[in-house]
Design a protein around this ligand. Structure first.
Ligand code: ADP
Ligand code: MG
Length: 755
């Protein structure tokens, strides 16, 4: 990956200059060191981009009368009196007591140990921004030591007063360790005095600034750190929002362009190949969505630019069929296709399904096979050595047209004869390094098809997955039955409903169906009260197990005993599945469940992804408030995969007021994954979705909101594409290139490509 960063240094301008050059002096030097140590900020641009968390205005600030003992706070107040006295215990040292007030009638005494500095800097009548922690002492609030920045002395660097003597809004910065708001304020204000912001060239082209009516860069930085009014911040926000979207989209467009200009062999579909024979034998007709995406992929594989496509579709929407058809087109041209699955269970399942659906076409070297077919090979870490050797040979010789595997595909010494397509299933479990490693194996850029069942809202798709083209399968194949989802609130309905849950499981089993039970934890025996088969119930365990921090979550091990003790399930064949089991045990259990030899499968979320047992018609999730919306939705997708009407019970012991109930209600209300993704976005903090780090510093995504800014991101993406089309290497957009270099450091490289 050619990162922008290396090339950028040649254009290092003001924003890339070291801070130390612009913040001279003693105390500021300490601040510069802290900025580097605590926030990783070393450059002019880094500090200018450090946005205030909020602003305070006189009259609108944290009032002195509202201060709370023990809580750190920032406020602006006027010095009413100041006196210096000797310390009783150590008469060589002095203290300065400053009494401040804010016009609300309340006042606060602040005692400074650096007596002479405080005495000098905080004369009576001074307005200053103070940050500190008030404590209660003899019934009065007082404060020992406070950081402060004087805000209204005309010649101070922190001059927040207008000509008319009015105090401007004062920024409050996100604080870290010793880096308090006053300290940061002083550094920033100093920087604003010494750095010539007007010499900056704007990374946003002039015509876009005009069309979007955005303020210029210098003005934006000034208004960000020293706004004359709170309204100015509005314009600042709009500008940086657009800039953030535009810079990121330009980098993504640059990557798409770079990617597209690495030619690959044309792999057109053949009329008489495996693909057409597979299509002819398909037991169903493709949905319109499958058809459309199929056409798109067919054309892309036939072209000379590598495909880089994200295929999203709800669980069961038929993504695997789409992927297999793409793989067959590659095999038809003499190439190989690999499918990467996140777990051994899934790799095994994909392998089985592919072999089954290809029938004789997957057995070219066998008597009952089709000599024109291709070998399908499974490669996982737990494969016995001898079998692994055979698989590796088939992959290296090209005899295996289709290779299904886990990480082993990347980690082992796998050599492909001609890897033309990499299909990555359930990308959210896959790191970028792994995708890259697969690319490296091919010796060239193979086509890439990434499949995900977690619907991604459009803004996020454009932002986080912006280097991929996105296709969506919106409908489910016909003939599938709806899933009825109910929240079973044991807290409000009591033990009768709990018994009804297990009775319902018995009914499904007596009709020949199968049941999933999902628990949040595997369990160790110490975590829950010993199981008492006479009085055993979820509710009873809740009461016994609640030590004040809420109940222990239900475990697989505990549920196994509870379920075995239910009269309605006396004859049921019960098995457990979880991540601590040996992979061989796991896949054997899954195979037995798939073969109908197990009636009730009690598991953790290991069954979350991709597992496909059409006969399972009931899912019972215990303590489901422990799961997120998308996880609940994914889990539920394990049922409703056959012709049977299916039911999903969200069995919760939580209080009806529990915040998790909102998620459960949402999941019960719809099976549309896209709708749920939007709800999720609303209920969760957006930062988590965009993957921004806590400080928001590394990711560069500080301004865009996934919910609000979809249209803006779309405009920025178009603008970015126009720029790249006309100047692919940004040779004539050096400021933009530099801006990319500042945002896209090594961490966010991974962030951008996460997927
Ligand atoms: P996904 O990978 O998107 O979860 P799958 O490809 O595993 O979905 O498909 C789910 C089930 O639906 C599979 O059993 C598959 O054979 C079946 N299926 C796929 N496409 C169709 C279709 N067009 N009509 C009927 N059944 C289909
Ligand atoms: Mg799947």
């Amino acid at each position: 990956m050619t990162s922008g960063a290396a090339r950028v240094s040649a254009f290092a301008g003001l924003l890339d200059q070291p801070l130390s050059r612009y913040i001279p002096g003693n105390a500021p030097t300490a601040t510069v060191k802290l900025l580097e140590k605590d926030l990783g900020i070393t450059t002019v641009g880094g500090l200018l981009d450090y946005a205030p968390r909020r602003y305070i205005r006189r009259g609108h600030l944290q009032l002195l009368s509202d201060l709370i003992a023990g809580e750190r706070t920032s406020f602006v107040a006027r010095v009413e009196s100041s006196s210096t006295r000797r310390m009783q215990r150590d008469p060589r040292r002095s203290l300065t007591d400053v009494l401040v007030s804010d016009g609300t009638g309340a006042s606060l005494k602040i005692t400074f140990f650096n007596a002479y500095t405080a005495q000098k800097e905080l004369p009576v009548g001074t307005h200053a921004l103070f940050t500190g922690k008030p404590e209660l002492y003899r019934g009065y609030l007082s404060m020992t030591g406070a950081d402060y920045a004087v805000v209204d002395t005309p010649d101070s660097v922190t001059d927040f007063t207008s000509q008319s003597g009015e105090v401007y809004p004062i920024p409050v910065y996100p604080e870290r360790g010793k880096l308090t708001t006053p300290r940061i304020t002083r550094a920033v204000q100093q920087l604003l005095l010494t750095a010539d912001l007007d010499s900056l060239t704007d990374p946003i082209p002039q015509h876009i600034l005009e069309r979007e009516t955005l303020v210029g860069l210098a003005q934006a930085y000034r208004d960000l750190h020293r706004p004359e009014s709170v309204d100015a911040f509005q314009a600042v926000q709009e500008r940086f929002r657009y800039q953030e979207a535009f810079v990121l989209q330009t980098e993504l467009a640059r990557r798409r362009h770079e990617h597209a200009s690495q030619p690959v062999a044309e792999r057109p579909a053949r009329a008489d190949g495996l693909l057409s024979r597979y299509d002819a034998a398909l037991p169903f007709t493709l949905t319109d969505g499958q058809q459309a995406v199929g056409e798109q992929i067919r054309a892309e594989l036939a072209g000379t630019a590598p495909m880089n496509r994200l295929l999203q579709g709800d669980v069961g929407s038929g993504k695997t069929v789409v992927a297999l058809r793409a793989m067959l087109q590659i095999v038809d041209t003499g190439g190989q296709a690999a499918m990467l699955a996140p777990t051994e269970v899934l790799a095994q399942q994909h392998y089985d399904k592919i072999v089954t659906s290809l029938g004789p076409l997957a057995r070219p070297d066998q008597l009952d096979g089709d000599p024109d077919g291709t070998k399908v090979v499974l490669l996982t870490g737990s494969l016995p050595t001898a079998a692994k050797r055979v698989a590796l040979l088939d992959i290296a010789s090209g005899a295996a047209g289709i290779v299904v595997g886990t990480h082993a595909l990347i980690q082992e010494k796998v050599q492909f004869a001609d890897l033309g397509l990499a299909v990555v299933d359930e990308q959210h479990r896959f790191g970028v390094e792994q995708r890259d490693a697969l690319r490296d194996k091919a010796g060239h850029t193979p086509h890439t098809l990434v499949m995900t069942a977690t619907p991604i809202p459009r803004t996020v798709a454009m932002t986080v997955f912006g280097d991929l083209d996105v296709s969506t399968l919106r409908e489910l194949p016909g003939g599938r039955r709806p899933i009825h989802t109910h929240v079973v609130g044991l807290a409000e309905h009591g033990p009768a409903w709990e018994r009804r849950v297990w009775a319902l499981a018995g009914e499904h089993i007596s009709r020949g169906r199968q049941v999933y039970v999902v628990a949040p934890k595997i369990g160790d025996d110490a975590a829950l009260p010993p199981f008492d088969s006479l009085r055993g119930s979820l509710l009873a365990a809740q009461e016994a197990g609640d030590d004040g921090d809420g109940p222990e979550p239900a475990t697989v091990q505990w549920l196994e005993r509870l379920i075995s003790a239910q009269p309605e399930l006396r004859d049921a064949r019960i098995a457990v599945l979880h991540g601590r089991q040996d992979p061989l045990v796991k896949s054997e259990t899954m195979n037995r469940f798939a073969a109908g030899e197990i009636d009730v499968l009690i598991s953790t979320t290991v069954i979350e992804v991709g597992v496909d047992v059409a006969n399972a018609s009931l899912m019972i999730m215990v303590d489901p408030e422990r799961f997120g919306i998308s996880q609940l939705h994914q889990l539920r997708g394990r049922i409703g995969r056959g012709e049977h009407e299916s039911t999903c019970l969200l069995v919760t012991r939580s209080d009806p007021e529990h915040p998790g109930r909102e998620r459960l209600a949402a999941v019960a209300a719809t099976t549309d994954g896209f709708e749920l993704a939007e709800v999720d976005l609303r209920l969760r903090r957006e930062g988590n979705i965009l993957g921004a780090s806590q400080s928001g510093r590394k990711s560069g995504l500080r301004w865009i909101s996934a919910l609000r800014d979809e249209a803006l991101v779309a405009r920025a993406r178009e603008d970015a594409e126009a720029v790249i089309a006309e100047d692919p290497h940004l040779a004539r957009h050096t400021e933009l290139l530099a801006a990319i270099g500042r945002v896209v450091d090594e961490n966010s490289q991974a962030f951008l490509e996460r997927g």
